[in-house]
Design a protein around this ligand. Structure first.
Ligand SMILES: NC(=O)c1ccc[n+]([C@@H]2O[C@H](COP(=O)([O-])OP(=O)(O)OC[C@H]3O[C@@H](n4cnc5c(N)ncnc54)[C@H](O)[C@@H]3O)[C@@H](O)[C@H]2O)c1
Length: 250
């Protein structure tokens, strides 16, 4: 029970990596607030946790909207008395050639992929106790380190996540709030599978030194590590959990 008595707020917790983290945090003893724009999936994750004797609450919210994020995190804190972790997993996946990107797409993707991280940080700022500190977890991507065609908006978001992680890590350090990002390799989540076909996954396996795709549970294990006392001296870090994909030479 490495996260015993902790309270975590997880955006995008209805499916994919966010859901796996919600389940893993609950299995380690945390109470989990699952915030997802898809309320049914958030409820389903919360019900799965309840079936395993864990405690979870579902929030059907748009994580890109400041007031609803702060309100949902506030309701979690009102009920359970504390906030220890904010995990920002909500994302909109879309790859398009540069000439086809519409302004609405930019606004939507950056609102969910970046703006929501500011509101998540504000929830940490408002609700994490100075004497206990806490952790904020972001998600970067291998596209932040290497160029890929057709990923301009997503790459810009993930590049910015690194800068935001380092800035917040320094700003929050006096309050013992650690801020880290995980950079997952190819993880066939529902969102990623909608973009990447079988040939795309074969190519990803080939350019991953460990020769396979990753799992949602392997990303969740890294998040538990960062949130637990094992990660107590880690902040401002981008932890690559990618089978070596990022460090592979040409
Ligand atoms: N899967 C991968 O291969 C991979 C690789 C690198 C990085 N990542 C990153 O990991 C994180 C999780 O990705 P995933 O693959 O689990 O994605 P996913 O698409 O499977 O899940 C994303 C979740 O976010 C929710 N969401 C979307 N918009 C929202 C909004 N406005 N408010 C609240 N919730 C919203 C969706 O409903 C969904 O439940 C993302 O930041 C992603 O960029 C994933």
């Amino acid at each position: 029970m490495r996260l015993n008595r902790q309270v975590a707020f997880i955006t995008g917790g209805g499916r994919g990596i966010g859901r796996a983290i919600a389940l893993a945090f609950a299995a380690e003893g945390a109470t989990v607030g699952i915030a997802d724009i898809d309320g049914e999936s958030a409820e389903a994750t919360a019900a799965d946790i309840a079936r395993s004797s864990g405690t979870a609450r579902a929030f059907a919210i748009d994580a890109s909207r400041r007031d609803v994020v702060l309100d949902a995190a506030g309701r979690l804190v009102s009920e359970f008395g504390r906030l220890d972790a904010v995990v920002n997993s909500a994302i909109v996946f879309r790859y398009e050639p540069i000439g086809e990107i519409r302004e609405e797409t930019w606004e939507w993707m950056t609102s969910v992929g970046l703006k929501s991280l500011i509101w998540g940080a504000q929830a940490a700022d408002r609700y994490m106790a100075p004497e206990r500190g806490g952790i904020v977890i972001h998600f970067s991507s291998p596209v932040a380190d290497r160029g890929h065609s057709g990923t301009a908006v997503y790459s810009a978001i993930k590049g910015a996540v690194g800068a935001l992680t380092r800035a917040l890590a320094v700003e929050f350090a006096p309050r013992r709030i650690r801020v880290n990002a995980i950079s997952p390799g190819a993880i066939p989540t529902p969102g990623a599978r909608a973009l990447v076909d079988a040939a795309g996954y074969d190519a990803r396996r080939k350019r991953t030194p460990l020769g396979r795709l990753g799992t949602e549970e392997e990303i969740a294990a890294a998040a538990v590590y960062l949130a637990s006392s094992d990660g107590a001296f880690i902040t401002g870090e981008i932890l690559h959990v990618d089978g070596g994909a990022t460090i592979l030479g040409g």
